[in-house]
Design a protein around this ligand. Sequence first.
Ligand SMILES: O=C(O)CCC(=O)C(=O)O
Length: 290
Amino acid sequence: MNADHLSGEIRTITDVDDLSTDLARRHRATTSSGATVDQAVVGADMAALARDGYVILKDLITPQDCERIRAAVTPLLDHTGRNTFEGTRTQRVYSVLDKTRVCDPLIDHPRVLALLDRLFLPNYLLSQLQVINLLPGERAQLQHADDGFYPIPRPRAPLSAATIWAIDPFTDTNGATVVVPGSHSWGEDRRPTPSDTHIKAEMPPGSCVFFVGTLWHGGGDNDSPSSRLAVTAQYCEPWLRTQEAFTMSTSRDTARAVSEDLRRMLGYSVHPPFIGAVDGLHPKRLLEND
Ligand SMILES: O=C(O)CCC(=O)C(=O)O
């Protein structure tokens, strides 16, 4: 055991509630840039989320930002999906962070973090980051709820949330994500039927649809002659296993280079008292030591 463990005052723990405090006294949770967003704006977004399960956040990045993303990710789009859920006419890029950093401003956008700060415990995690390009002729994806694979019965609070960013405009015909408003509060056995309201998340490039992990949704039919380029980032509570193992797929150099918000969400954080620790220490030590 490292001598650092032994330095400083020894705390006596007499109550299990003390276990949810910062026992290691190292690298306390850092402040999220979500704190910079006007609380009235966050309140309105949260009200929409509570009612509908989703909210469209318009024009958060510029058309120039979208073109930069398109230029960086297009060469990475080299194969289609392995099944109809990934999409046989859909191209996806996984492990995006170590391939290009151009999507970083989407992942840690303050408007998104402001919502995550209210939905989840501190040190929530990035669970997945993907580029998704729906080619012409792609059929609608099976509707699903993103946190349905965590075996905790519904109805319940969401365990995850997602953004899907339009890099191309999301239109009536090109496969805009289809959401089922209100379905986030459905019980365990209910599935969407054609009689439920389905809304296409039409939005201009540089906007995103933010939705909670309990909302039923899926990619739409692309009946247009053009592809639909999107980037999706999913986040989850800090005590859950993430879909992508970012601490394994992201190099330490990348982890050092990203923003503090992103580093925390990649897993360089501790959910008190011990979840995420490495050799009994805060995982940020790994970035300092080699
Ligand atoms: O591409 C979309 O619009 C939705 C994608 C999605 O929900 C998924 O792949 O899980």
